[in-house]
Ligand binder design. Structure first.
Ligand SMILES: [Zn+2]
Length: 447
C-alpha cells in the first residue's frame, strides 16, 4: 500500500530545490495573472517588514517618553531632601533646598497627574502612530492594515502590562511596610470619613465648600487679660485658634506695648456671609465682589480658623477704626505669625492660586508645623496641601523647627463610613481633614 501512496499535496513541503534547479527555465509570459501572484507576495512581505520596523521604532519612542515622564514625576517630590530644617525665624536659611512651585488643583496628586500626562502622551503618540500608519498604508492592502493594527494592539498590551507590573511593585511595597522609627509601635485610628471636612488644615476656597458650621467656637471676650480689641462681643473663633492668637498678641504686647490690634471678624455664619456677599455684589458688581468676598458656603470665615484684623482707636475718641496695615510695628505679626501656627492666607502675587486679592489682614490657623513650612517656602494653603499629599506614613515629610521636629503624612479617605489612619502608639499626633479627600497626620517627634 505504501508504494501506491500518492501525496495529496502535489508539492511536498520537503520539496528540495534540486529538481527545480535542473528543470529547464520557464519562459515567462510578459503579462500573466498567474505570474503576478508570487510578485505580490514578495511585496507584501517587504511592506510587512517595513511596517514591523516602523512599529518597533515608534514603540521605542513611546517607551522612551514614558520612562522620561516617569523619572521626572518621581524626581520632583522625592529629589529634594525630605528632612527639611525649618527654623521659626523665616529670615535667613539660604542653604535649605527650595521646593518646586506647584500649581494647585491642577494636580491634586502628583502621581495621578503624572499618570494623566503619561496617558495623554501615549494617546498623542498613538494618534501620531495611527496617522503615520494611515499615510504609509494608503497603498497597502486591507490585509496588511489588519496586521499592522494587530501589532499596535500588541504594543498597547505590552505597555499596559508594564504599567500593571509597576503598580504591582508599588502595592507590594505598601503591603510590606518599612516604617520610620517613631511608627515602629503603631496602631490604626478609626476616624469618621466625614471628618475629612474638619480640622485646622481644611482647604476652603472657591472650589472647596465649607461643610461644617464652625467647630469648638468660643468668644474672644472670654480672655480678660487680652492685649487686643474686639469689634463686638460676638467675635468668636475655634478655641485652639484663640489660645495661639492670645499667645501671639501677648508676645507682641511684650515687645511693643501696643494694644491697637482689633479682631474685626472671626467666625461667620452662612447667613452673615450671604449678607456680606450680597452687599458687596450690589456695591461693586458680582465679578469684582468675588475677588474680595467669598460666596456663602465658600468662606474661610465659616470654619472658625480665620480672622481679619483692624486697628482700633485712631480717632481721638477711640471709636474710629482703620484698616490693618502691614507696617511697623504691626508687620511683626505678619512676619512672626507662623511661629504661632498662623499663615497669611492671601499673599501678594498669589492671586492666581488663591483666587483672592492680597489681604494683609486675613490670617488663617493651620497649626505650628505646617505654618512654619508654608512660611519658609512661601506656599499657599493650596500648594502646601498638594505638596503634603505626596508623603506617606512610610515616607513622611520631616520638619525641623526651633520648637522640635515633626513628621507629616497623608492618608486618603475611603469611600466607606470609616477610614483607618495609621498613627504612632508612643508619640503625640493630630489628625486633620484636608476637605479635599483625605487626612493629614502631624506627629510631634520630641515626646
Ligand atoms: Zn477675612
Amino acid at each position: 500500500m505504501s508504494s501506491s501512496y500518492k501525496p495529496k499535496n502535489p508539492r511536498p513541503t520537503t520539496g528540495r530545490s534540486v529538481p527545480v534547479r535542473h528543470s529547464p527555465p520557464l519562459k515567462r509570459p510578459p503579462v500573466s495573472a498567474d505570474m503576478n501572484q508570487p510578485l505580490t507576495l514578495r511585496t507584501q512581505l517587504l511592506v510587512l517588514t517595513v511596517v514591523l520596523l516602523v512599529s518597533l521604532l515608534l514603540f521605542a519612542i513611546v517607551y522612551g517618553l514614558m520612562v522620561k515622564f516617569r523619572s521626572s514625576a518621581v524626581a520632583a517630590p522625592t529629589g529634594t531632601e525630605k528632612s527639611v530644617s525649618v527654623p521659626s525665624n523665616t529670615e535667613s536659611t539660604p542653604s535649605v533646598p527650595e521646593y518646586p512651585s506647584f500649581a494647585p488643583d491642577q494636580e491634586s496628586s502628583s502621581e495621578a497627574s503624572a499618570e494623566q500626562e503619561e496617558s495623554s502622551k501615549e494617546e498623542e503618540s498613538s494618534e501620531q502612530e495611527e496617522s503615520s500608519k494611515e499615510e504609509s498604508s494608503k497603498e497597502e492592502s486591507s490585509k496588511e492594515e489588519e496586521s499592522s493594527k494587530e501589532e499596535e494592539s500588541s504594543e498597547e498590551e505590552e505597555s499596559s502590562k508594564e504599567e500593571e507590573s509597576s503598580k504591582e511593585e508599588e502595592s507590594s511595597e505598601e503591603s510590606s511596610l518599612s516604617l520610620p522609627d517613631y511608627l515602629q509601635k503603631h496602631e490604626y485610628q478609626i476616624v469618621d470619613t466625614d471628618d475629612q471636612h474638619f480640622g485646622e488644615l481644611i482647604l476652603v476656597n472657591k472650589e472647596h465648600a465649607c461643610v461644617g458650621n464652625g467647630t469648638m467656637l468660643r468668644s474672644l471676650m472670654d480672655n480678660d487679660d487680652r492685649h487686643y480689641a474686639l469689634t463686638d462681643k460676638t467675635v468668636s473663633l475655634n478655641q485652639e485658634v484663640i489660645a495661639d492668637f492670645d499667645r501671639m498678641m501677648d508676645d507682641f504686647y511684650a515687645i511693643y506695648g501696643d494694644t491697637d490690634i482689633m479682631v474685626a471678624c472671626g467666625f461667620r455664619s452662612q447667613e452673615v456671609q450671604a449678607g456680606l456677599y450680597r452687599r458687596e455684589a450690589e456695591s461693586v458688581g458680582e465679578e469684582e465682589a468675588a475677588l474680595w468676598v467669598a460666596p456663602p458656603g465658600y468662606s474661610e470665615h465659616q470654619t472658625g480658623y480665620a480672622f481679619d484684623l483692624n486697628l482700633a482707636g485712631h480717632y481721638g475718641d477711640g471709636s474710629g477704626n482703620i484698616s490693618y496695615e502691614n507696617v511697623p510695628p504691626y508687620s511683626w505679626i505678619n512676619e512672626n505669625c507662623s511661629r504661632y501656627g498662623f499663615i497669611l492666607r492671601y499673599p501678594e502675587g498669589r492671586e492666581d492660586v488663591t483666587g483672592f486679592h492680597a489681604e494683609s489682614w486675613h490670617f488663617r490657623y493651620v497649626g505650628y508645623a505646617s505654618a512654619c513650612l508654608m512660611a519658609e517656602y512661601s506656599m499657599t494653603l493650596e500648594e502646601y496641601l498638594s505638596f503634603v499629599r505626596r508623603y506617606t506614613a512610610e515616607d513622611p515629610l520631616v520638619v525641623f523647627t526651633d520648637n522640635g521636629s515633626y513628621a507629616l503624612y497623608y492618608t486618603e479617605a475611603t469611600e466607606y463610613a470609616h477610614t483607618s489612619v495609621l498613627v504612632p502608639s508612643d508619640y503625640s499626633y493630630t489628625i486633620s481633614g484636608d476637605n479635599a479627600g483625605g487626612f493629614i497626620v502631624t506627629v510631634s517627634l520630641d515626646n
